[in-house]
Design a protein around this ligand. Structure first.
Ligand code: SME
Length: 153
């Protein structure tokens, strides 16, 4: 197992230990955990509130607060219900640039009963920072979170 795989395994174990039914509390700790373990540029959550994604707990620079359905990478992941890996944000049509320093991104939806409740968004200041392996581990993390969180709409 390489270093990144090892770190993801630790993150998954800690995510179980940190589990909290309160969505904000749990997301806040997971954002802090991922940010400290991987030194990502920006790690955070957007919650589905009616017809828009609203900024939730995050670690990193200021971010836009609302993203529409199908808009940007986050809104596209919400609409498609699938993880989106963006190796180069300039190549993703409609990408919403909260920070000009962000170069690549991954967005993972958190689903309950096949409905997207929130998305996990991670940005890197380096291009090509995320691949299929990140997607697999982060989807496992999203599944752990979905099992524990009570989302209030
Ligand atoms: N880039 C995202 C917006 C959120 S920020 O990166 C924090 C998007 O296109 O949806």
């Amino acid at each position: 197992m390489n270093k990144r795989q090892n770190t993801y395994q630790e993150v998954l174990q800690q995510a179980v230990a940190l589990a909290d039914t309160d969505a904000i509390a749990y997301m806040a700790n997971i954002a802090a955990l991922l940010h400290s373990q991987f030194s990502f540029w920006w790690v955070g959550f957007y919650r589905v509130k009616a017809d828009v994604l609203v900024l939730g707990p995050f670690q990193g620079p200021l971010a836009c607060t609302r993203i529409g359905f199908g808009k940007g990478v986050c809104g596209t992941a919400w609409k498609s219900k699938h993880t989106i890996v963006v190796p180069d944000v300039d190549q993703f049509e409609g990408h919403i640039a909260c920070s000009s320093l962000s170069k690549s991104e991954i967005v993972v939806p958190i689903l309950q009963n096949n409905e997207v409740m929130a998305v996990l968004d991670i940005d890197s200041e380096y291009p090509n920072a995320f691949d299929e392996e990140d997607a697999v581990y982060l989807e496992q993390l999203a599944a752990v979170m979905a099992r524990h969180i009570h989302f209030e709409q």
